[in-house]
Design a protein around this ligand. Sequence first.
Ligand code: NAD
Length: 248
Amino acid sequence: MGAFDFTGKVAVVTGAARGIGQAITLKLAEGGADVAICDLKTEWLEETKAKVESLGRKALPLAVDVSNGDQVNACIDTVLKEFGKIDIMVNNAGITKDGLLIRMSDADWDAVLGVNLKGTFLFTRAVARPMMKQRSGAIVNIASVVGIMGNPGQANYTASKGGVIALTKTTAKELGSRGIRCNAVAPGFISSKMTDVLSQEVRDKYMENIPLRAFGTQQDVANGVAFLASDEASYVTGQVLSVNGGMI
Ligand code: NAD
């Protein structure tokens, strides 16, 4: 069992096929949760499903585009039918389409806001009703350090993540009286396939601004999510946990 006890809990994780979403899923399953794993295609979820099952937990793979309201509602209906309840919702699915503001297309703006911000809203709205009925629930949204500080070349992405932070605070205020908590994790520079290919020079430049002198891992993010999703965080809501090595 992991450091946090999720025995008997049901979690939903978006963008669970790989990366941070897979790490979050496994952390929750390690603690005892059954997990509905959501991504654009169910085939992509086979690896995550096998890993959850090897931990002795149930995994329910679901194909959903988080930016599509009908698909999101259908997804949550299926989870409720299969698992009977939802205790934890993790909004992790996210995309980037970087480019300078003056050259950014409407399509690139809409795509990033649609997945990162609208997707988080749609899943939050869909789980709110069942969580209100059971008078408990924990929602954890994945923001980003750049949603707090801005970043050149990422107008769409930074706006989406700043929006996720504001949405997190509003959700906490609207749903707190019903026993539902909502918090965000804002990761900094996390090692991934994408960051592994950066030149040493670029990596050194980033590193100068990280007091802990290391990039974060997917596990570091998953640990923060697990805390906020757990009963140990029962008096924590509307907060943003920065997991960034001290960058800001
Ligand atoms: P990733 O690209 O490896 O994984 C994202 C997952 O989301 C993929 O499996 C993808 O298929 C899925 N996805 C994308 N669009 C979707 C949609 N419309 N519907 C359903 N699923 C969709 O990314 P990652 O690095 O693991 O990032 C996960 C989250 O963490 C994102 O929200 C990202 O913005 C955030 N984040 C990442 C970093 C980092 O350094 N990697 C830093 C800060 C924040």
